[in-house]
Design a protein around this ligand. Structure first.
Ligand code: ADP
Length: 628
């Protein structure tokens, strides 16, 4: 110790100049000197440590181990840092321990060996280390990806990336250190977020963006990135810290919700959401606003009752009740909606329960069924019309059947009378065998011939009708003498004349030939003349007149008969039709029908004028050229 005293000035000068604590011990592990820093560190007054064993500076628990280390140290006799790789503690005078670092430097002086221990209180460093450790652990534990880039190096390379970053991107840290972060965008460089980052970095500002990034395996993920600059004490940006967050799921959910919201909004059907308790509308979509004319703000002050004139609140709540008590998942009904302008339209309503922030809601989807209603109405009308048509057809059919029955009875009747006439006449002829009874015989023979003619004409009509019906009628045109045909027709009709009746011949037809179907022309004239005879009383005249025109021949058959009642005139050409004033006269109702059909088939026309009790005139026009 004295040795040190001798050199105390030098020691003092040196030891006070260094910032570490200095403690010198001799071979007996006694402190022989300590500088001010060491005294302060251990809490002793100047010189207080000198002469004290070193142990007072070592916590009890370490003393034993320390002794062994000292022994080893002396054996090796080398400079070294103590406690490398493990923690070393000092003991202050107040009994408190503190972490320290010691460098041991043995030296010899005047034949004695000393050890100069340079002691550093590392309490602060430990604290910082601990703090840093916590921070690093925190960075590593963070679920967000964290990168630190070096702003002072060219192209701002990554110098740190945490585990979460590896996890999010799939890139191992070793692979990306030294690289710029842009590899995360792969080829998808044209993004708003990217230019936002570029601008922010240029201005030395932080930024917060969402980017389409790509993992190592190429999968896209949405990256929410915050970048913040870190400056040194001079304000220079040294680093950027990037925090990355994989928001793919959120983004997808947002997109999905966005999509659903768009569907809701853009639907042309009306969609309403209203509070199940207050009935106030909470939301209405575009379709609803467009169709009703109420803007959303107006709707929010309204309830479904403002749109549904057919409902009272009680009736509406009763309808909703099953949705609220859970007995029904859906309620559908039809009603009408009233627009803002007062007009109404038919709707089909579908209501479902829903909740919004614990509030009971009803979602109503409304279909405008005007078109459907119109369609149904149209359909109903068509059905009505068809039914009416069918009814008419059925009636016609019924009428036809009745007519047929009537026809059959007429035909039987029609045959029966001439046949019995023929029979009677034939019987009577036998009763006049004498020569001078020729006149009587002729009378009966005339009746027989007339009867046969009559029957033939009925059969002719009948066959002609049947042929026409089957489409078998073939018209044969030829050049023939009109007077010859007219003579024959009148001759036959004369057989049927009643007493005092006369048929007047046309005067202008000698040597006239016409080009027509001879047989049909004969049938037409026979029919009309026979009718004229049949429906005229005795002592009347019947005129047959012919107009010979350039393109047609016109026949007029005029009688002074019973005429046709006005109300029956429109039916006179219908098959089987007979006017009410002829029912006691024989007839079938076929003749005129056949005449009209034939004349029209030949391109001609038949008409009549008639006054009851005065007479009728039938007019037939036949074209001279061939018919159609
Ligand atoms: P019908 O065998 O009954 O004579 P038609 O078809 O020839 O049948 O005539 C139809 C109906 O037209 C007759 O039943 C009759 O009521 C009316 N009719 C036709 N011609 C005359 C006429 N010259 N005078 C009065 N009624 C006529």
């Amino acid at each position: 110790m004295r040795v040190f005293e001798k050199n105390s000035n030098i020691f003092r000068l040196l030891s006070e100049a260094v910032s570490e604590g200095i403690v010198v011990v001799n071979e007996e592990q006694q402190i022989v000197a300590a500088n001010m820093r060491a005294n302060d560190m251990f809490g002793y007054a100047d010189e207080e440590l000198v002469g004290k064993p070193l142990d007072i500076l070592i916590p009890k628990t370490y003393r034993k181990v320390h002794k062994k280390h000292v022994k080893d140290f002396y054996l090796k006799h080398e400079n070294r840092r103590m406690a490398e790789g493990r923690s070393l503690y000092g003991l202050r005078k107040n009994g408190k321990q503190f972490p320290l670092e010691v460098g041991l430097n043995p030296f010899s002086l005047y034949g004695h060996t000393y050890v100069l221990a340079l002691v550093i209180d590392i309490t602060e460093r430990r604290k910082i280390q601990k703090n840093q450790k916590i921070k690093t652990a925190a960075l590593e534990a963070a679920l967000n990806g964290i990168t630190i880039t070096d702003a002072l190096q060219a192209d701002n390379p990554i110098i740190y990336a945490n585990t979460a970053f590896e996890k999010i991107t799939g890139y191992p840290t070793a692979e990306i250190l030294g690289k710029n972060c842009r590899f995360l965008q792969a080829k998808d460089r044209d993004q708003v977020g990217v230019s936002d980052i570029r601008n922010a970095l240029k201005q030395g500002k932080g930024c917060h963006v969402q980017l389409r990034n790509y993992k190592k395996d190429g999968t896209l993920f949405w990256n929410e990135v915050s970048i913040n600059p870190i400056t040194d004490e001079t304000g220079r940006i040294t680093h950027f810290v990037g925090i990355q967050n994989d928001i793919t799921e959120r983004k997808m959910a947002e997109q999905k919700i966005g999509h659903l919201a768009r569907i809701f909004d853009e639907s042309l059907n009306e969609i309403y959401v209203f509070d199940a308790d207050t009935l106030r509308f909470v939301n209405t979509n575009y379709g609803a606003q467009k169709n009703t004319g109420y803007a959303l703000a107006e709707c929010r002050k309204m309830t479904p009752l403002d749109l549904k004139p057919e409902f009272t609140e009680a009736k509406f709540r009763k309808l909703m009740a099953p949705l609220l008590n859970g007995s029904e998942g859906k309620v559908d009904f039809e009603t009408v909606h009233r627009r803002k302008d007062g007009s109404t339209y038919p709707v089909e309503v579908h209501m479902q329960p829903s909740t919004l922030d614990d509030r009971r809601m009803i979602v109503a989807i409304i279909l405008d069924i005007s078109d459907r209603k119109n369609y149904t109405q149209k359909l109903e009308k068509t059905v009505e019309q068809r039914t009416e048509q069918l009814k008419k057809a059925l009636e016609t059919e019924k009428e036809l059947n009745e007519l047929k029955t009537k026809f059959l009875s007429l035909v039987s009747h029609e045959f029966k009378t001439p046949l019995s006439g023929i029979l009677t006449s034939a019987t009577l002829v036998g009763k006049y065998p004498k020569e001078d009874q020729q006149e009587k015989r002729d009378k009966h023979l005339k009746t027989i011939i007339g009867g046969v003619h009559h029957l033939t004409s009925i059969l002719d009509d009948f066959l002609s009708m049947e042929r026409m019906e089957k489409g078998k009628e073939v018209y044969r045109y030829s050049e023939f003498s009109l007077s010859k045909l007219v003579n024959e027709v009148i001759y036959n009709a004369n057989m049927l004349l009643k007493g005092g009746q006369r048929i007047n011949y046309p005067q202008n037809i000698d040597d006239v030939t016409i080009h027509q179907d001879e047989k049909i022309t004969s049938l037409v004239l026979t029919n009309l003349l026979n009718n004229a005879v049949k429906y005229s009383p005795e002592d009347t005249e019947i005129d047959l007149k012919v107009d010979l025109l350039a393109d047609k021949t016109v026949f007029h058959i005029k009688d002074q008969g019973i005429g046709i009642p006005k109300k029956d005139q429109k039916h006179i050409f219908d098959r089987y039709f007979r006017a009410e004033n002829v029912l006691t006269t024989q007839g079938t109702g076929i003749g005129l029908n056949i005449v009209k059909a034939h004349v029209e088939n030949l391109g001609g026309n038949v008409s009549f004028t008639s006054i009851q009790h005065k007479g009728s005139t039938f007019t037939v026009e036949l074209p001279l050229k061939k018919g159609p």
